[in-house]
Design a protein around this ligand. Sequence first.
Ligand SMILES: Cc1cc2nc3c(=O)[nH]c(=O)nc-3n(C[C@H](O)[C@H](O)[C@H](O)COP(=O)(O)O)c2cc1C
Length: 206
Amino acid sequence: MPPLPPTPARRVLCLAGSLRRDSWNRRLLHAAIDQAPSTLALTVYTDFAAVPLFDEDLEQLDPAGPVGVQALRAAMAAADGLVVATPEYNHALPGVLKNALDWLSRESPLGEVLVDKPVAVLGASAGPWGTRLAQASLRQVLHACGALVMPAPTLFMANAAAHFDGHGTLTDDAGAQALQRFMRAFEQWVERVAPATAAASMRRHG
Ligand SMILES: Cc1cc2nc3c(=O)[nH]c(=O)nc-3n(C[C@H](O)[C@H](O)[C@H](O)COP(=O)(O)O)c2cc1C
């Protein structure tokens, strides 16, 4: 019997909700990519700082939004899934992340790009709490945007400095295994909700 054709890779966009150069959450995303199954093609979005503060007047000027928004929205529209690593600021998701999600939640020439999108949420904090409250608030926002957030497993990385070396590489076996389980579960989640995603796309594009 001839070998089965390879499963096509699912394109997954990865967002770190921090603009900080040495962000633990960006490091966590890269570590997640290292542990992900090969059926996921993961890309970290690097131009987050180009997304301006949300303003409905800017939408009136151009329904596609400012250039920085167009780029993020196009990347999101082209992706089969989204992974978000969020810091915790004052017991919630950071403003830069909320701002970007507010833009993405809007109707646009590319449609509402978060509707029915499979999403995984994780996070790292410098302190002992591991972003539990930030992830809860992020889930609430994603739910409002119509995204399909993976319910479990969860991944809360506390005391982030203890898990990485000076180059930002994950050094901890238990952490790597947890990320591997997390990304395998996300691969299954993307496959599970893909029919809803395809149906929504057909509804949007006729
Ligand atoms: C404005 C601000 C508020 C913060 N609030 C919290 C908080 O509520 N809970 C927490 O665990 N850490 C809090 N922190 C610490 C962050 O977890 C820490 O700065 C973390 O490294 C940010 O993520 P990043 O490394 O990806 O930038 C706060 C940091 C800032 C700058």
